[in-house]
Write a protein that binds this ligand. Structure first.
Ligand code: ADP
Ligand code: MG
Length: 612
């Protein structure tokens, strides 16, 4: 039989390699930005169109290339950054594999213009799908410009696999921010679909963070700085009260390269022990500098994960550096306290007055108009009571007598108790357990309700209804709030505008980086607005990366989450009763908007069994 193995032609090999290097437009952005940094550029411009699907262009004022180098740069394993294996252990550049340009050129239309400062004329090269289309002498500015058009034009399966322009754009912005944060001394300009999104003049680390994340980020930052011969740690952590439930502003850089490390993340989170709730994540911008020989960057094709020689010491060193600066800057007066973080209420809830679950009083409510037997509370939002009835099966007859202790009226401003028929448990007995559960007696036993989830459900249904029916109500603020946001947060706020208006917000861009808020949803407290919007933005950002996405639903969920009473809050008896009543006028009573069970029942039988 004939031999059957053959060597793949270069352009096929490059296409295959491209699959590893280029997952999406953002990967191209990362490679091109890093090449510009490696070429010592002091100013870098990123231009994208349609989430990078139509165009990704990076223009730098760096070293440029000779004509031969320009041509060679598109060959696989062509690199100026290493020449022997030993060099791998002394890397000071981002790139070294020499496959990025070859891979990108294999799957797109690429045009490069480049000139070194001492050369009179530059070079222009066009390559499509790995094939050279033209190479010419051209007058070009010093530095290099690489334009990548029609990514994946020859791999339809990959092109179809790309997400919406907005999602791809978001990934690109993430990459851009990582590179810009790692190199504050370099000027960056970022244009998307013709508009300038980020304009970052050269500066130092702290100001670069503020340039990217907006003025308000400045007050959040606590400097971290520690040095031993093998390693230097610098950067910032965000004060504990700014920790969020969702991921977002977590950045590690090793020798100015953004990396992901769940191990180091853990070290950082553990340094915040006792200062933030267990499920909260602190923000951080940590820069590590260590000997390139003590790390191995080579383990991941896109190079965001690295291996450290002595991980354990690094962990301990990082943790103590962060604890040290938290202590030094007096953000952690109780550092040495052994506390159960679970019992802590999050910081922003500590200072607020204990408020009741928000109750809407329907002023047009007429108790005499809805005397549906079995109707619960004359149900303000909803006339049907299936939910409640299912729960209280067999109850109707003797409700009044069963409920012996009276712990509160309905929680409404007026006392309605006497207006209801006997069958209505307007005097439901409740008790709060562990500042977390509401116990309510029902005929067949005991109901244990998770207060936070119950309130989320109540708020969620109200918000959803208001948004879908466009029954917008807004409380106008006497003095408008002015809040500052980063450029990409402003973009997100604009994207969410319609839904935010449906929720009851009214706002406009005030001046660059600032938004003037004139109206907010009813029931929302003014001093919560900033927090709620922050959470909405980060929620929206996260959801956007997912596939099934319904904006209205996401917003209703996010708002219900931020506005709901939290575990740990004391509810007085009228608030407890109101919450129970509100819950049972919901369409769905047993699951929170996040699909968690809201209550459990303990039957009389269960209790009896315990005594046997
Ligand atoms: P690597 O960065 O791993 O060396 P690339 O494929 O990204 O591989 O680039 C190949 C080579 O092309 C680089 O080593 C560098 O010499 C040259 N090059 C790429 N981009 C630029 C640029 N913007 N300015 C100057 N030289 C560049
Ligand atoms: Mg490179």
């Amino acid at each position: 039989m004939a031999d059957i193995i053959q060597l793949l032609p270069d352009h096929v090999a490059n296409q295959i390699a491209a699959g590893e290097v280029v997952q999406r437009p953002a990967s191209v952005v990362k490679e091109l930005l890093e090449n510009a940094i490696d070429a010592n550029a002091s100013s870098i411009k990123l231009i994208i169109k349609d989430g990078g699907k139509t165009l990704i262009q990076v223009v730098d004022n760096g070293l440029g290339m000779s004509t031969t180098d320009a041509r060679l740069s598109f060959e696989r394993h062509a690199t100026s950054k290493i020449s022997c294996a030993e060099d791998l252990f002394n890397l000071h550049t981002k790139g070294f594999r020499g496959e990025a340009l070859a891979s990108i050129a294999a799957i797109a239309h690429v045009e490069m213009n480049t000139r070194r400062s001492n050369d009179e004329l530059g070079t222009q090269i066009k390559i499509e799908g790995g094939r050279l289309v033209s190479q010419e002498v051209a007058a070009s500015p010093t530095g290099t410009s690489i334009a990548v058009k029609n990514l994946f034009f020859n791999i339809p399966a990959r092109r179809n696999f790309l997400k919406s322009n907005q999602v791809e754009h978001r990934h690109i912005t993430d990459e851009f921010q990582r590179v810009a944060l790692a190199h504050p001394g370099v000027e960056f300009l970022y244009y998307s679909n013709g508009s300038l999104l980020f304009n970052l003049p050269p500066t130092e680390y702290r100001k670069r963070i503020v340039q990217i994340f907006g003025r308000k980020s400045n007050e959040k930052l606590v400097p971290v700085s520690e040095e031993v011969p093998q390693i230097k740690i610098s950067g910032f952590v965000c004060k504990p009260e700014f920790a969020k439930k969702s991921r977002g502003e977590q950045f590690f850089f090793v020798n100015n390269r953004f990396i992901k490390s769940s191990y180091l993340h853990h070290a950082l989170v553990s340094a915040f022990e006792g200062l933030i709730r267990q499920d909260y994540i602190p923000g951080y911008f940590i820069y590590l500098e260590l000997d390139p020989a003590s790390i191995d960057i080579n383990i991941h094709p896109t190079k965001t994960e690295i291996k450290f020689e002595d991980e354990h010491s690094l962990y301990a060193f990082l943790r103590s550096a962060v604890r040290h600066s938290l202590g030094q800057f007096n953000v952690s007066p109780m550092l040495d306290f052994e506390r159960d973080a679970n019992l802590d209420t999050p910081y922003h809830y500590k200072n607020k007055d204990a408020d009741l679950p928000h109750i809407t009083v329907d002023s047009s409510f007429n108790p005499f108009k809805s005397p549906k037997p079995g109707g619960f509370m004359g149900s303000r939002e909803k006339k049907s009571t299936e939910g409640w009835e299912n729960m209280y099966i067999g109850l109707e007859s003797g409700m009044g007598q069963e409920m012996t202790t009276h712990t509160g009226s309905s929680g409404l401003a007026r006392s309605e108790g006497e207006l209801f028929t006997e069958s209505v448990p307007s005097q439901v007995s409740t008790l709060q357990l562990g500042r977390k559960y509401i116990l309510a007696t029902i005929k067949s036993g005991l109901l244990v309700i998770d207060q936070q989830r119950a309130h989320q459900r109540v708020l969620y249904e109200r918000l959803l209804k208001r948004m879908t029916l466009k029954e917008t109500v807004s409380q106008q603020l006497l003095f408008p709030l002015v809040l500052s946001y980063s450029p990409d947060e402003i973009v997100l706020l604009k994207e969410m505008h319609t839904d935010l208006v449906d929720l009851g917000f009214s706002f406009e861009e005030w001046e660059e980086g600032q938004v003037k808020i004139k109206g907010i949803p009813p029931l929302m407290k003014e001093d919560h607005v900033g927090m709620v919007l922050d959470e909405l933005i980060s929620n929206y950002k996260e959801k956007f990366h997912g596939t099934d996405y319904s904006q209205t639903d996401t917003l209703a969920k996010a708002v219900s989450k931020t506005m709901a009473v939290k575990n740990g809050e004391v509810l007085d008896s009228s608030a407890q009763v109101a919450l129970v009543n509100d819950l049972f006028s919901c369409k769905e009573i047993d699951r929170s908007p996040f699909n968690k069970p809201i209550f459990v029942t303990i039957s009389e039988k269960d209790i009896e069994n315990k005594f046997n």
